[in-house]
Write a new protein. Structure first.
Ligand code: NAD
Length: 289
């Protein structure tokens, strides 16, 4: 299949390489020259503009920083420039409203479009083991599924247009809030004189058990190997958690949904990020408690 991919950064670079490995003819574009060089080395044909990259393709994949850029790239250079009937897949994490608006614009112009944000970081993008949460019609999902499978281990239909983004930010709001709760709980346990491994052994088998504790324990030396055991490097960056929590707060406000715990998690991650900790793994927030 001839596929365009726009946005070849930390995530898109590995995704482009996996599309090539799956046997597709990949036409790539990014604003940054180093990203284009990596794509070229991985077997992509690189182009000087989005419009040239999407010419003649059957599908367009985008992996871009935010909703404003996704709106601009689709509005100015994909819609009306990719062949009519092409399948459009936006894998960026963006606000639900932008995802729905761009899909509506694309569908009005005769394209099929899905929002397909991912769970899994750079290692999963490189390894082809991402999880995709997909919003769109049954027909668009059926067409998108085989392409996304080339870049991931799981592809889940979340619902209509925008549902992929909604699922992603709801999941990450729960993750942010549960990570803060896990961190403060371990700090309290410590102050109460509990041995932290013993507390882990108890709570991981009791009703306080959660993923932030048993799969991603923020305490070094307790539970499985996690970024905490590596100086809080690697893993999921604080700046990206803050981005997702901020999108969740915007969505909650628009939907009129009260999210007091999510709101507090967003404030705490904003303060941690402002301390210059945006690059640290999000479990490092335990250091502030
Ligand atoms: P990144 O900044 O490394 O890559 C973004 C790329 O987009 C850059 O190479 C940039 O040059 C390019 N770009 C920006 N504007 C462009 C334009 N107008 N046209 C073409 N290219 C343009 O970011 P990333 O880490 O790859 O993240 C991409 C998306 O994936 C984001 O929405 C992010 O929230 C999401 N995401 C990232 C991770 C992660 O661990 N990094 C995990 C899950 C989801």
């Amino acid at each position: 299949m001839k596929i365009a991919i726009i946005g070849l950064g930390n995530m898109g670079g590995g995704m482009a390489a996996n599309l090539v490995k799956a046997g597709h003819q990949v036409q790539a574009f990014d604003l940054a020259e180093p990203a284009l060089e990596r794509a070229r080395a991985n077997g992509c044909a690189c182009f000087a503009t989005v419009r040239e990259a999407v010419a003649g393709v059957e599908a367009v994949v985008t992996m871009l920083p935010n909703g404003a850029i996704v709106r601009a790239v689709y509005g100015n250079d994909v819609i009306g420039h990719a062949p009519a009937g092409a399948l459009l897949l936006d894998c960026s994490t963006i606000d639900v409203a932008s995802a729905r608006d761009v899909a509506a614009q694309a569908e009005a112009a005769g394209y099929r479009m899905v929002d397909a944000p991912v769970s899994g970081g750079i290692a999963a993008a490189n390894g082809g083991t991402l999880t995709f949460m997909v919003g769109g019609t049954d027909e668009a999902f059926a067409a998108a599924e085989p392409i996304l499978s080339n870049m991931g281990k799981a592809v889940i239909h979340a619902g209509a247009s925008g549902a992929g983004q909604a699922a992603k930010i709801c999941n990450n709001m729960l993750l942010g809030a549960s990570m803060v709760a896990t961190c403060e709980t371990f700090k309290l346990a410590e102050r109460l004189g509990l041995d932290l491994q013993t507390f882990y052994d108890i709570s991981s088998k009791a009703s306080g058990q959660c993923w932030s504790m048993t799969s991603y324990c923020p305490v070094p030396g307790v539970g499985p190997q996690t970024p905490a055991d590596n100086g809080y490097q690697g893993g999921f960056a604080t700046a990206l958690m803050l981005k997702d929590l901020t999108l969740a707060m915007a969505a909650a406000q628009e939907a009129g949904a009260p999210v007091p715990m999510g709101h507090l998690a967003q404030e705490l991650y904003a303060a941690f990020d402002a301390q210059g900790q945006g690059g640290a793994d999000f479990s490092a927030i335990i250091k502030t408690l």
